[in-house]
Design a protein around this ligand. Structure first.
Ligand code: PEP
Ligand code: MN
Length: 333
């Protein structure tokens, strides 16, 4: 309460807090009076209390997200989806092209990344491109090619879904539904993925806060799907030396706030092939539970994101280096 708050204002606030179904505990200090509202404050608009006369400041105690929070779920969740596992001691490695382009391309990539130690295959069939004139993906034909690559290698498939109507179609082919950065706040899509029988890789929006990311995850969890992993893929800043700015502090921050596994994308996070391996190693050193990396047999001729894509050989080298970092931080790869 404000130091100037009257007894009547205090009584009014206590009544209001109780009318919200919370218990009001009045703590009288030497300088100020504090009202502790006991109960689940997430069900009410906490900040609305600030407009009540005599109230100085309202402080949230509980995180606004409940199911994603580490408060009630202290161990990191291990998520399994076919060959892919993330959140345990082993680091999950998702690798593959930005876009599926042909059977030859996706099967060759799948074999190469598997040989190098990847545990899932990525590849976009539905592509959310900044320009409508850019390659939009092979759509369902691309999903079929991903299924072929899974048949050939056993690798779980991670692929993006861009609209709620496509969730069942994509979930019919993939073990992991990717929600792209541009769609992190597409709430109907989040709800549809909450009902899907597939794990979800939720990417952070380039301008989204950590709370917004965690509340987006909450939509999926609240829909009944508990297999959610979060992906930091870089945010927009004033810097131009990288495509996005990749904040690795997201790893320890998220791990303190949530039990959901954290995956780092050093490809979109940097936008430059020569930086990818360094940031993948840094991510593992920082404690990331997984990485997602763009790999193509011929990056020069890739239909999308070639400038940030590793060749199969460069990916194998990256993996060998990452393995040593993983060992140093008591993880396996
Ligand atoms: C992608 O993974 O190819 C992609 C489009 O990523 P993002 O949504 O992070 O831009
Ligand atoms: Mn891409």
């Amino acid at each position: 309460m404000k130091t100037s708050a009257t007894e009547d204002q205090l009584k009014h606030l206590v009544k209001h807090v109780e009318s919200l179904g919370l218990k009001a505990n009045v703590l009288r200090g030497t300088e100020r009076t504090v009202v502790a509202a006991i109960g689940d404050e997430r069900v009410i608009g906490v900040t609305a209390l600030e407009s009540i006369p005599g109230v100085d400041n309202v402080m949230r105690v509980l995180a606004p997200y409940k199911l994603a929070s580490r408060e009630a779920h202290t161990e990191t969740s291990t998520i399994r989806a076919g060959s892919f596992e993330v959140g345990g001691k082993a680091i999950g490695v998702i690798a593959g092209p930005c876009s599926v382009e042909s059977e030859e391309q996706i099967v060759a990539t799948a074999k190469a990344v598997k040989a190098a130690g990847a545990t899932a295959l990525r590849g976009g069939a539905f592509k959310p491109r900044t320009s409508p004139y850019s390659f939009q993906g092979m759509k369902e034909d691309g999903l079929k090619l991903l299924a072929t690559a899974r048949d050939e290698t056993g690798l779980a498939i991670v692929t993006e879904v861009v609209s709620p109507e496509d969730v069942d179609l994509v979930a019919g082919y993939a073990e992991v539904l990717q929600i792209g950065a541009r769609n992190m706040q597409n709430y109907r899509l989040l709800e549809a993925c909450g009902r899907a029988d597939a794990a979800v890789l939720l990417k952070r929006g380039p301008s989204a806060t950590m709370d917004e990311l965690l509340l987006a995850a909450e939509y999926i969890l609240d829909g009944g799907n508990s297999r959610v992993m979060l992906c930091e893929r870089g945010i927009r800043t004033f810097e131009a030396h990288t495509r996005f700015t990749l904040p690795l502090a997201s790893v320890p921050y998220l791990q303190q706030k949530t039990h959901l596994p954290v995956v780092i994308d050093p490809s979109h996070g940097t936008g430059h092939t020569y930086m990818v391996s360094s940031l993948a190693k840094a991510a593992i050193a920082a404690g990331a539970d997984g990485v997602i990396v763009e790999v193509h047999p011929d990056p020069e001729n890739a239909k999308s994101d070639g400038y940030q894509t590793l060749s199969c050989e460069a990916f194998a080298t990256m993996m060998a280096e990452c393995r040593r970092i993983a060992e140093a931080v008591d993880r396996t790869l």
